[in-house]
Design a protein. Structure first.
Length: 167
């Protein structure tokens, strides 16, 4: 629904509480017109993928390399800092923790600020995100756009690839 349509409806002189309720429902659902526009098998994939992103961020903030590595599918690819890095397996990923370098720039923890589903199928979900890094005083030290591709391999969901503007 366009802004012009919303203004037209809002200015049409609603007379009943039912009409007012319906208008409020339409306006809160946004332009898609439905609360969930995904078929059940896609919604299940989206729910699983978002759960993986939650586990990814939780393990990252705990500085738990093993748990963090377990949120990934391999080979895992990261596009960042002007380069491409590929880890063939979990042990290769765990071999070089980034936490000391992050602490050197004042990092203490991160949070998802936005997670938008770009594309979803029963076995793969693309999620455009914004995440923010914070210092120990909970002050922002950086905000970054990124794209995560979460896949189901052999029945297991994990992050296959990520691309970000973060250094």
């Amino acid at each position: 629904m366009t802004l012009q349509n919303r203004q037209s409806i809002a200015g049409s002189g609603l007379r009943s509480s039912t009409q007012a309720f319906l208008l409020a429902a339409v306006l809160t659902m946004g332009s898609s017109g439905t609360a969930s526009a995904h078929p059940p098998e896609q919604q299940a994939a989206i729910d699983a993928a978002l759960g993986v992103l939650d586990a990814f961020m939780t393990a990252f903030n705990r500085r738990d390399m093993s748990a963090w590595a377990e949120t990934l599918n391999y080979p895992h690819v990261r596009f960042a800092s002007g380069g491409v890095r590929v880890w063939q397996d979990q042990s290769a990923f765990e071999a070089k923790p980034p936490f000391r370098a992050l602490a050197d720039i004042g990092w203490d923890h991160s949070h998802w600020m936005r997670r938008d589903i770009v594309m979803a199928s029963p076995d793969k979900v693309h999620i455009a995100t914004t995440f923010e890094r914070f210092n120990a005083e909970n002050e922002s030290i950086g905000r970054y756009e990124s794209l995560y591709i979460v896949t189901r391999l052999n029945g297991r969901w994990g992050i296959q690839s990520r691309s970000s503007q973060a250094p």
